[in-house]
Structures are given as structure tokens and as C-alpha cells.
Design a protein around this ligand. Structure first.
Ligand code: G4P
Length: 306
């Protein structure tokens, strides 16, 4: 088992070659393209824990020259210091961006002013043409599970956009009025056909935007543990009562075994049930029980484009 685990190259290849782009995503892409003429700007929802990996590179060509606003959602689960670095990187690149969380609603009030700011030239031109108060129409896009429905629900203060926990659930496009003269267009989550960087696929699996069933949970969890060992050793050790010096020289699978042992997760015959430990680690990362952790660091993506 461990022998298999350290053959991480194989796992990375597996991630790269996964055939997971469902047919309805192609339809979604086409639908987004055909609706561009109806909207003024695009709000790109990203997961604040993985702002780079949760950004669909295909979107750039789809949304073309439309004004855009980046919305870093799920800030309540991300490392605040890293979120600030991301906002500062976006600012440097003249990419409009705000951070918020749809769980508490923190930061939501900045959305309409930020969108209006992105459209300031257009609004001024409408005003010059006597179209004062023209309704602003913004399309909300993002990968599955990034929080599009939650965002629209919060913004429209009603429960019309259905919240689903299954990545890739198809929804119809719908309009929502979120304020006087301000409408949002909901779109289904869309992924892209191939990860050029296998790390991106891996990170999307950590946050649960790529289906678990198509990946080896123990390997995935082991890789996450190696990232946490290197970047967030204190929260990791605090959660699983581990010793920092002890885990530093260990590979992910060995840390997983240690966690399983500490938690008394034993299979028949007294072996450590590493599969159960892996599910626990992934669950606890996904619901932030492990702490507020960011997996994509702004300093690693100085050339980010949206
Ligand atoms: P989607 O439309 O983009 O597919 O995402 P959706 O709104 O369905 O949200 C996916 C999951 O993420 C939901 O959890 C939702 O509650 C959660 N979520 C959305 N925004 C935030 C946020 O800012 N912070 C946190 N902590 N969670 C957020 P779920 O467990 O799948 O559903 P539920 O149990 O909340 O109903």
C-alpha cells in the first residue's frame, strides 16, 4: 500500500487523465456564451481557499471582453492573511475583487458597489444617453460547489436558487433581482475538460468540487497532509494531537496512519483503517474543522489572469 502511495507520479497522471467533463458542462458553456449579450458584467465566484485552482481557465475566452468582478467566497474557511494577499495581488493586476462569505453574510454589502464600480464607464455612458437607472445585469459564474446558489440566495434574500451539495448538478439559468435596478443571472457550475496542471485537479478534489469516487481517497488525503505538514503544521498537530517534530520527516501516508492510530480507527485484525482516517481528514478539511486554511498561495501565482 505504502509502496503504491509513494508512486505519486501515477496518482498525478491519474488526475490529469480523468475523464470527468460531463456532457451537460459543454451545454452550460454554450449557454453562457449565448447569454453574454444579455448581461453587462460577470461575477466570477472563486473559492477563497483555492483562488487559482477554482478559476476555470476556459472562462477567459468565453466571457471575452465583458467587465468582470472576482468574488472570493467561503472566506470564513480560508486563511485571512492569505485572502488579503490575494486581494492585494488582484489589485496590483487591476482585477476588481472582493472577499466575502455566504455563511455569515460578511462582505456581501460590498458586492453591488464593487459591481457598479467595474461598470462605472458604462453607467456614465448610459447616463449621458438619458438611460439613467437602467437595470444592471450581472451573470454569476463559477465551478460546481463554489457557492453560487448560496450567494444568489443571500443577495436576493430569498430561497429561490436551490442549494445542492452534489458537484455538477444542472440548473436552469434564472434571473434574480437583488436590489433596485440590479439583476443577477444564475448559471450552472462549469468545470473544464482537462487539467493542464494536475495539482489543480488535486486541489479541486480537496475542496470537494471533483467527485471523490473517481479518486483514491487515501492518496488524496496523504497529499493534503503533506501540504498541511509543510504549510500549516500547528493546526494539523493541534487537531490530531500530533507532534510537529515527529511528523516533519514523515510522508503523507505515514501521517495518515498516525492519525488513524491516535483516533483508534482499527480494521478487522487490528490493522489501522487508513481509509476511514482519510475520509475524516478530507471531511475535516472541507468543513474547516482543521482550521482556516488556504491551499493556493498568492505568492505562487504572480501571473494570475482572470
Ligand atoms: P454552487 O451553487 O456553486 O454549486 O454552491 P452552493 O451554493 O450549493 O454551495 C455549496 C456548499 O458550500 C453548500 O454547503 C453551501 O452551504 C456552502 N457554502 C456556500 N458559501 C459558503 C461560505 O461562504 N462559507 C461556507 N462555510 N460554506 C459555504 P452544503 O454542505 O453542500 O449544503 P448546506 O448543508 O449548507 O445546505
Amino acid at each position: 500500500m505504502y509502496g503504491q502511495y509513494i508512486a505519486a507520479g501515477g496518482f498525478m497522471e491519474e488526475l490529469k487523465s480523468i475523464q470527468w467533463f460531463p456532457g451537460h458542462m459543454t451545454k452550460t458553456k454554450r449557454r453562457i456564451e449565448s447569454q453574454l449579450k444579455l448581461i453587462d458584467a460577470v461575477a466570477i465566484l472563486l473559492d477563497a481557499r483555492v483562488p487559482y485552482s477554482s478559476c476555470n481557465p476556459d472562462l477567459r475566452s468565453i466571457i471575452n471582453n465583458k467587465p468582470r468582478l472576482v468574488v472570493l467566497n467561503k472566506c470564513d474557511m480560508a486563511d485571512l492573511a492569505e485572502t488579503k494577499k490575494w486581494l492585494s495581488l488582484f489589485r496590483q493586476k487591476n482585477i476588481a475583487a472582493i472577499a466575502l462569505d455566504c455563511k455569515s453574510g460578511k462582505g456581501l454589502s460590498a458586492f453591488i458597489p464593487a459591481a457598479k464600480n467595474v461598470l462605472s464607464e458604462k453607467i456614465a455612458s448610459w447616463n449621458r444617453k438619458g438611460m439613467t437607472g437602467r437595470t444592471i445585469k450581472v451573470m454569476v459564474v463559477g465551478i460546481p460547489n463554489v457557492g453560487k446558489s448560496s450567494f444568489i440566495n443571500r443577495m436576493s434574500k430569498q430561497n429561490r436558487a436551490k442549494v445542492e451539495d452534489r458537484p455538477g448538478v444542472t440548473r436552469g439559468n434564472q434571473w434574480f433581482t437583488i436590489g433596485k435596478g440590479f439583476d443577477l443571472l444564475d448559471t450552472p457550475g462549469v468545470l473544464w475538460p482537462k487539467f493542464d496542471d494536475p495539482l489543480v485537479g488535486e486541489k479541486l478534489a480537496y475542496i470537494g468540487s471533483v467527485k471523490d469516487e473517481i479518486l483514491d481517497t487515501e492518496q488524496l488525503s496523504g497529499r493534503l497532509l503533506e501540504y498541511l505538514r509543510d504549510n500549516y503544521p500547528d493546526p494539523l498537530c493541534a487537531r490530531y494531537k500530533l507532534n510537529v517534530d515527529e511528523i516533519m520527516p514523515l510522508q503523507g501516508y505515514e501521517i495518515l496512519e498516525m492519525i488513524g492510530r491516535k483516533r483508534g480507527m482499527l480494521a478487522a485484525g487490528g490493522e489501522i483503517n487508513t481509509e476511514r482516517a482519510a475520509v475524516t481528514v478530507l471531511d475535516e478539511f472541507r468543513n474547516a474543522t482543521l482550521g482556516k486554511l488556504t491551499i493556493d498561495r498568492a505568492e505562487d501565482y504572480p501571473n494570475v489572469r482572470i
